[in-house]
Write a protein that binds this ligand. Structure first.
Ligand SMILES: *Cc1c(COP(=O)(O)O)cnc(C)c1O
Length: 435
């Protein structure tokens, strides 16, 4: 499969090239040159397959020409080694839990798959692959734990000092091996600017083989389609079929993968995007005007994105046709006050403790059903374990959070992080001196 840039359909690259250089030079995003549709017979009988078998069928349809079957199977079995269970809160509403991976967030699917694909394409004798990543919390943990021990790779994570939660920081800073953490005395935007400058530095690129683990990488998008099919398989095994997915959205990569799954033949009636007050896409769906704004800090901080970079992919999937988009995607926006109420309500009504992002999806899913009553399953996606967002959750509810065993194990381990000022010269020196 070749991949084109959303800015120029004539610019085509191989899958390998798209994986190592997330961004085309024209600053578009890579998309598969044709969207394969899955065998309708497979979809009709999907409940007979395991999660890994389903994942393999999807991956094989997209990148089967680029990675031989046996190797692709091994990558999937290694990367997708945790479940995405569907839990019913009521007969018609279920939550798809995507936080059972090593960093307790859905980003594990993308990061684990991408790391193994990069490892696969890195041949013996190649220069060490240096992955640079800036994080506001969740991306860094998924990338660190995804790449941990992957041969031929080294990861450097920049995170803003004092601005990530305890569990998040432990996931970034207790790894050692091929993972390095830099605690930056600044904001997430400062971290991102430092990483960007490094990618644009010719001298550094000559010395090191740099790559980004950015959420726009096509190898992060593909594995996120897997769990939409798996959710559908779980619904079918309960005798249900029609489904509306609600996705808490920031950069729109997660819902973008859902829409890609739909285009590959997954029968989905509708998608709902839940956002915090960073509402660029909801405003666009109402007005047809795409007017990005500076991001605003909220309780659901993994969705504090003012200009969602994956949105162009979704536009591309729908041929830049506004009414086609409006026909398939609805959106609802919630402020912090409402998000808190959503978390409290989930606990009071269902004894379900959710992170703020998940609560936004719950609220949006409920709002959509109110506006569109009918016989279908409402499935909302839970993107992170609540233990990663203690400051966002009310004390009474947080008491009920059980720390997963893996998170407990990290407590008290030595913190391995170097402090860094917001200073590109110092960052570059660090990279060169510690090569
Ligand atoms: C990254 C993240 C999101 C947003 O996902 P996008 O793909 O950027 O829309 C939502 N919730 C959590 C917990 C996240 O870490």
């Amino acid at each position: 499969m070749q991949f084109y840039s959303t800015n120029n359909k004539n610019l085509r690259v191989s899958f390998q090239e798209a994986v190592f250089n997330s961004l085309p030079q024209d600053k578009g995003l890579y998309m598969p040159e044709n969207i394969p549709t899955l065998d309708p017979y497979f979809i009709k009988n999907i409940q007979q397959y395991s999660f890994q078998e389903i994942a393999f069928q999807i991956a094989n349809a997209i990148i089967g020409d680029d990675i031989p079957e046996k190797d692709l199977k091994a990558i999937i079995e290694d990367a997708i080694n945790f479940d995405a269970p569907l839990r019913f809160l009521s007969p018609e509403t279920a939550v798809l839990e995507l936080f059972h991976g090593p960093s307790y967030a859905f980003k594990d699917f993308g990061a684990r798959f991408m790391s193994r694909v990069m490892g696969y394409f890195s041949k013996q004798g190649d220069q060490l692959l240096d992955v640079l990543v800036a994080t506001s919390g969740d991306t860094g943990g998924a990338v660190a734990l995804g790449f941990l021990g992957v041969e031929g790779t080294r990861v450097t994570i920049l995170y803003p000092k004092g601005k990530v939660s305890k569990v998040q920081e432990e996931q970034l800073t207790t790894n050692g091996q091929n993972i390095r953490a830099l605690e930056v005395e600044g904001t997430f935007d400062d971290c991102q600017a430092l990483v960007k400058q490094a990618f644009n530095d010719p001298e550094l690129n000559q010395k090191l083989r740099l790559t980004s683990a950015n959420s726009i990488n096509i190898a992060r998008l593909i594995p996120q389609t897997f769990y939409y099919f798996w959710a559908y398989a779980q619904l079918k095994s309960q005798g249900m079929g029609e489904v509306v997915f609600t996705v808490p959205s920031g950069n729109f990569g997660n819902i973008g993968a859902g829409l890609l799954a739909f285009k590959m033949g997954l029968p989905v009636s509708h998608f709902v995007a839940g956002t915090n007050v960073n509402d660029t896409v909801p405003r666009f769906l109402n007005s047809g005007l795409y007017e990005p704004k500076a991001s605003v800090q909220t309780l659901a901080n993994a969705m504090d994105v003012g200009n969602p970079s994956n949105w162009v992919r979704i536009q591309d999937l729908f041929h830049n046709n506004l009414s086609e988009l409006q026909g398939m995607i609805s959106s609802y926006t919630y402020n912090d006050e409402e998000t808190k109420k959503g978390m409290d309500e989930l606990y009071e009504q269902f004894k379900y403790v959710a992170c703020p992002h998940t609560a936004i999806a719950y609220l949006a899913s409920k709002a959509y059903r109110k506006d569109h009553p009918g016989e279908y399953a409402s499935v909302f996606l839970s993107t992170a374990h609540p233990c990663k967002f203690p400051e966002a959750i009310s004390e009474e509810v947080y008491k009920e959070v059980k720390l997963p065993a893996g998170a407990e194990k990290l407590q008290g381990l030595p913190k391995l992080a170097e402090e860094l000022k917001v200073d590109y010269v110092a960052f570059k020196a660090y990279l060169i001196e510690n090569n």
